[in-house]
Design a binder for this molecule. Structure first.
Ligand code: ZN
Length: 82
């Protein structure tokens, strides 16, 4: 039995992010104040929360953001029509 596991550059990228910080790009605009981001180096996904801090983007939070985005767009459209 060989005990060699395939090594990828993920751990190296993790060190890179830990050293200079994650390089987030906006993947989705939820509201004017809430965006979803993804790190271009390690793929880590985060989002702004209600407190204005970044938190890990879980599947549950992603669903909440989807609902918030739909609500926000409806409200924005209504304002735009007036
Ligand atoms: Zn990163």
């Amino acid at each position: 039995m060989s005990n060699t596991s395939p090594k990828t550059s993920v751990s190296l990228m993790g060190v890179f992010c830990a050293t200079i910080g994650h390089h987030y790009t906006v993947t989705r605009k939820v509201t004017n104040h809430i965006n979803e981001y993804k790190c271009t180096h390690c793929g880590r996904e985060v989002t702004d929360n209600q407190s204005g801090k970044l938190e890990i983007l879980t599947q549950k939070i992603r669903e909440v953001n989807t609902n918030v985005a739909e609500f926000f767009q409806k409200r924005t459209n209504r304002v735009t029509i007036q």
